[in-house]
Design a protein around this ligand. Sequence first.
Ligand code: MF3
Ligand code: CO
Length: 248
Amino acid sequence: MISIKSEREINLIKESGHLNYLTHELLKKHLKPGITTNELDKIAYDFITKNGGYPSCLNYEGFPKSICVSINDEVVHGIPSNRKIKNGDVVSIDFCVLLNGYHSDSARTYIVGDTTEEVKDLVKNTEEALYVGLQQIKEGAKIGDVGAAIQEYAEAHGLGVVRELVGHGIGTEMHEDPDVPNYGTKGTGKTLKAGMVIAVEPMITLGDYHVGILEDDWTIVTQDGLPSAHFEHTVVVTKDGYEILTKE
Ligand code: MF3
Ligand code: CO
């Protein structure tokens, strides 16, 4: 069942999303060669809890940390560890914040230091693919419109769209209906209505889109070992568009 959030609920998710945004901004400042992913995790845990929130990836279905940090060929759900960030790494940071009973979910990908033009384009085009998808959103549009736009944009730039993981509704639960795939066919799927809150999260690969999972049972990696990128915002559907809730 897809829930329609009240104005009060949307405002609570916006507060959660704002704390999510501020946490991303703080992590961005610390993301430098030499920092470990555990150190980033602790910075996020301390900041979110100090501000009255809970980092809701922590203990979610047994996930052991507060944030997901996925490097290079890791697509999503990388587990923080003593691994040090290196110059040239492509680092995706993804996490949820629970505040006032509502979750928000957002992801960003950074290039640390310098890398090749094609990896820079991967990251830039993945962020753009998120916005191309979001631009489809308004009351009356179909879920398939979002995925079709993302897929068309990514493939036109020679990139792959991960199929195994999808965006989702969000609210009092981290993952609610509907699924929001990053691929699909225009004009198909459920109809968007004002007050639906969804997390749109393209996971885009430089090479082939097929993925596997590491022995830790969490980390999703590309099968061909090429890098991938991930951007995500939590948004509310409105009568004539959408509003990003994981923002300033
Ligand atoms: N944005 C991720 C998702 O929607 C957050 C996952 S939290 C984790 O799947 F605990 F599953 F890692
Ligand atoms: Co998500």
